[in-house]
Design a protein around this ligand. Structure first.
Ligand code: BGC
Length: 771
């Protein structure tokens, strides 16, 4: 755990330069705009520890799989998000000596991520070996207005000398991924072009053949005079270079406007001309205007989805950091894109899509972004349906059964550990649940007819075939699975998976009925396309759903995570010596698998999804039983526990779990922030506030709240959109104040009581009902 980020409501601030923390800061201060993003690498050369990262959404490389023992059904490759051309590069020489913060003496260092306006800035002084000192101020951003564009302003001042400053402003595509399986470079050069002060570099990914054109225009001013630059070229590298005689206190200003255009959006033959048009347009606006537009666009985002916490700056900073990073990662403009667990902040997890999106991210985007955004996340899976069917077929399923991949870029499975690839199949259920969740929130039943039903049919067919009848139990059972708790593999009858499967089968039938009445013509088309045998398939689905086996422990009166769970030695986490944790670093896998310790919500994940089926006593018993065995070694774990604890009125626990999720990266709680941020769990943090502390749910088409105010806070508020209405919800110790910014009234529930809320503000007194 670290504690070096300064508390501030709108900014992430690092003061003083500690090279040991640099990789963590590179992750924390990452910037992005949904289409591209980058780690907070320095513009100038840096020979210290760094993970260089520039990423272009959707551009990946199928890195050939490396596994010890090949199993039939394994994917051939792991799709990796690529470290792409570095557009910020500046090589700075002071009388022939390179400016490098690893070798210089650094003073007055400050790095700021301004979340209000979406910029990253840095300030420092550097004393070189020669004794010459410079002062640097830089600010850069990836535009969320034009998501192909990024910009940088870099100012350098000679502090104590008269001499020569040389600057080469470059774009460099000769980059690698640290996680490359065979130490291979993934890019080949297609074209270079230089025109005046503008560099164009077109690179192509090997195998996948994505072309990306990076263009950068550099302008350097000395004493407000634009300088002439000389072109420099190397393999996969282009630059603009100039040398200046400076006297003490003289300042040089460098502006760099850049863009990344990918062949996903243009014909390859048009890429260069499109890049020219883009850079021309951006350059016409210039740095200051682009920056102003950025601030306005971010103000709009905050208007739609801020959370304000009064009386606790650290909590305020944390929640804004989570919201900011989510908005930087996914904007919903493009249904081919998704949310990698590390977003644009690192290589780990390949930048690919996991069940995290459906289980954790959908509620966030549903509430804080236009409906299209969450819809696009669902459509992404619709577009991958054929691949999911192919994937299931490869594993021996038939009749259009679909198994969505555990990890994917383009719909194909990328994961290759048998216990996850073949067994962690609950992901299929999360995809169906997200459809349900989307419709519950938006009321957009049309989605089922247009996209959802086909997906649900494929998923239902999979579950139907994945179970088998146990004559012994006289029930359907599901053998050989891994639940969300990955600290158990190849188990039988994971309660969560069985529950989810049964629910999917029922929901698919209900969805079919719905589409049939909503749009009979479309229904027939779907029946034809999917070759659905209505009578027999619905009957089969129903029979599995109603005769599913659910493990239960009579003594503890809890749903049993899986068959045989109680055979394990039941030593609670509180009795585990602290030096044994985290288990995944301290224990062998074998020992973990034999233990009762749980990585993340499993039974409790199911109780969270289907909460209306369980009374509070049942929830409490299961919560107490499972939480005391849970080590929360997945970043996705604390948020679900926080929400459930809030529901159980265990305010202290709810807050404790909230803190673990909210500042997970800022405080480097799991010692892994340097690899990148836990983007998908950030949505869970948002859920902990909105679904946890505010207790927000959608029940029978209405918003419902069961709020409480965490002890350390004076009040909190958040903004959401709901079915065309724009709402602000403020919660203090005894009141929920709702502001309806729309023209229409709405009805909402606070602790079981209904209230009509006309346009304007309404105060509703509440009392937390202790249970
Ligand atoms: C979790 C998975 C999750 C993945 C990516 C793993 O540690 O156990 O549930 O999908 O991380 O976030």
């Amino acid at each position: 755990m670290k504690n070096y980020i300064k508390a501030d409501e709108w900014n992430i601030v690092e003061e003083g330069f500690d090279p040991h923390l640099n990789k963590i800061s590179e992750s924390l201060f990452s910037i992005g705009n949904g289409r591209m993003g980058q780690r907070a690498n320095f513009e100038e050369d840096y020979t210290g520890e760094t993970l260089q990262g520039n990423y272009v959404a959707g551009v990946y490389y199928p890195d050939k799989t490396r596994v010890g023992w090949w199993k039939n059904g394994y994917p051939e490759y792991f799709a990796k998000v690529l470290n792409a051309t570095n557009w910020i590069g500046l090589n700075i020489q002071i009388d022939g000596e390179t400016l490098d913060l690893n070798t210089a003496t650094v003073g007055d260092f400050k790095r700021v991520l301004n979340m209000k306006e979406g910029t990253l800035s840095r300030h420092f002084t550097a004393k070189l070996k020669s004794g010459k000192m410079v002062q640097v101020e830089s600010i850069r951003f990836c535009s969320i207005v034009d998501d192909e564009v990024a910009a940088l302003h870099y100012r350098i001042k000679a502090l104590n000398f008269k001499g020569q400053i040389s600057i080469t402003s470059f774009i460099d595509g000769d980059v690698k991924n640290q996680d490359s399986n065979y130490d291979e470079k993934f890019w080949e050069e297609v074209a270079q072009q230089q025109e005046k002060n503008t560099d164009y570099l077109v690179l192509r990914t090997k195998k996948t053949e994505f072309d990306v054109c990076t263009v950068s225009q550099t302008s350097i001013f000395k004493n407000a005079e634009l300088q002439t630059l000389s072109p420099v070229t190397k393999d996969k590298y282009l630059g603009q270079q100039a040398s200046f005689a400076v006297v003490q206190n003289e300042v040089i200003d460098l502006y760099k406007i850049a863009a990344n255009l990918s062949s996903q959006n243009y014909d390859k033959s048009d890429l260069l001309s499109a890049a020219k048009a883009t850079i021309l347009k951006a350059a016409e606006k210039g740095f200051e205007q682009l920056k102003q537009e950025q601030a306005i666009a971010w103000a709009q985002k905050w208007e739609e989805g801020d959370i304000v916490i009064e009386g606790d700056v650290a909590a305020q900073q944390a929640i804004r950091f989570n919201i900011f990073q989510l908005n930087q990662t996914y904007t919903g403009k493009d249904a081919r894109l998704n949310i990698g667990p590390k977003g644009f902040t690192g290589e780990k997890y390949g930048g690919s899509t996991y069940w995290d999106t459906e289980a954790y991210c959908i509620p966030f985007y549903l509430s804080v972004a236009p409906q299209e955004v969450a819809k696009n996340l669902l459509v992404y899976r619709y577009k991958h349906l054929d691949k999911a069917i192919e994937n299931a077929t490869k594993l021996g399923f038939n009749n259009g059964a679909a198994l969505y991949p555990m990890v994917t870029m383009n719909g194909e499975e990328c994961h290759n550990e048998w216990e996850i690839t073949f067994e962690e199949i609950h992901r299929n259920g999360a995809i169906a649940f997200a459809i349900f969740n989307y419709i519950r929130y938006t009321g957009d039943e049309r989605y089922l007819a247009d996209y959802g039903l086909e997906v649900l049919i494929g998923i239902a067919r999979f579950w139907k075939q994945r179970v088998n009848w146990s004559a012994e139990r006289n029930k359907f059972v599901m053998l050989g699975v891994t639940g969300p708790n990955e600290y158990e593999n190849n188990i039988n009858n994971n309660w969560y998976t069985n529950k989810l499967a049964a629910w999917c089968l029922t929901y698919a039938t209900e969805a079919a009925e719905k589409v049939k009445s909503l749009d009979p013509e479309q229904y027939l088309k779907i029946v034809e396309k999917t070759k659905l045998q209505e009578m027999s398939e619905f009957k089969d689905w129903n029979s599995v759903a109603t005769q599913m086996y659910y493990p239960y422990h009579e003594g503890e009166e809890v749903f049993l995570q899986q068959d045989g769970f109680m055979d394990k030695e039941q030593i609670l986490v509180k009795d585990l010596p602290a030096d044994q944790r985290p288990l995944n670093q301290k224990w062998s896998w074998d020992r973990i698998l034999r233990s009762c310790y749980i990585k993340q919500a499993d039974v409790l994940q199911g109780m969270y999804f289907f909460e209306e089926e369980f009374d509070l006593e049942t929830l409490r018993r299961n919560f107490n039983f499972y939480e005391s065995r849970t080590v929360h070694e997945s970043s996705l774990s604390p948020c679900v526990h926080s929400i459930l604890a809030a529901k159980l009125n265990d305010e202290e626990k709810a807050y404790e779990f909230y803190l673990r999720t909210a500042r997970l990266d800022l405080d480097d709680y799991n010692n892994d922030t340097e690899d990148g941020l836990h983007i998908t769990s950030m949505a869970g943090t948002w859920m902990s506030v909105v679904e946890g502390f505010a207790g927000m749910r959608v029940k029978e088409d209405k918003l419902a709240f069961q709020p409480f105010l965490p002890k350390n806070w004076a009040a909190f508020s958040f903004t959401i959109g709901f079915r065309g209405l724009q709402l602000k919800v403020q919660i203090n110790e005894s009141e929920l104040i709702i502001t309806n910014h729309s023209e229409e009234s709405l009805t909402l529930r606070v602790f079981e009581q209904e209230y009509a809320v006309p346009p304007g503000e309404k105060t509703i007194a509440y009392k937390t009902s202790l249970v």
